[in-house]
Design a protein around this ligand. Sequence first.
Ligand SMILES: [Zn+2]
Ligand SMILES: [Zn+2]
Ligand SMILES: [Zn+2]
Ligand SMILES: [Zn+2]
Ligand SMILES: [Zn+2]
Ligand SMILES: [Zn+2]
Length: 224
Amino acid sequence: MAANNNCEYINDKSIPEDLLCPICTDPLEEPLSANQCGHTFCRQCITGTFQTMSQCPTCRYTLTLEDFQPVTLRPFLNQLNQILVKCKSCPETNIQRGNFKDHAIKCMKTIVSCPAADIKCSWTGQREKMQDHVSICPLVQIQPVITELNATVKQQSEQIHFLYTVLEKISTNYKKTCKEYYKAKGAAYCDICKNRFIFDEHEHRLHYCPETDFCSTCVKKYFS
Ligand SMILES: [Zn+2]
Ligand SMILES: [Zn+2]
Ligand SMILES: [Zn+2]
Ligand SMILES: [Zn+2]
Ligand SMILES: [Zn+2]
Ligand SMILES: [Zn+2]
């Protein structure tokens, strides 16, 4: 596998064979090695192989994936880091593989997305073009507002959820408000829709909260 989607090896013929992975034949990445036989493979390659096999792909020694441990031999890792690559996005070449990450985060030709991608700006382009896009992107402009609104909406839905829980608790605890109560009060109308309350067969108002004169239809409308 390539060292990174954005770079490729140069002079791959001159890379010493002991730095190559026998599975993918590219220079080793995150090399893992088995103590029992000493064979070394890329982490991704050997992990993939052990999905269906339980032998070293090179010598057929019976092993488990746990037998493979990261190679910590400094000189070996340094040799891997010093392998030269070139950037696929810009003309820069002769970059040590170990330093390519540093190049990629500042490479002006690398494809990046808009900082407002999280609120659905679909723009992608070379890093050097991003400033131009950002200066005209309406989503970048409204991003702070959206973030704030999202926080408000989240807080309010939590409040509504809490109120709904309280209402439910009250409605189950309180089944006593009856037709007589409303007769005494002189009216039985919902405070919101002004419709007359309906009473069930037990002469109980179909309500949720006796303290607030809302009928169950309204409660369902606002709190479901
Ligand atoms: Zn490999
Ligand atoms: Zn082996
Ligand atoms: Zn580059
Ligand atoms: Zn944008
Ligand atoms: Zn109502
Ligand atoms: Zn009642």
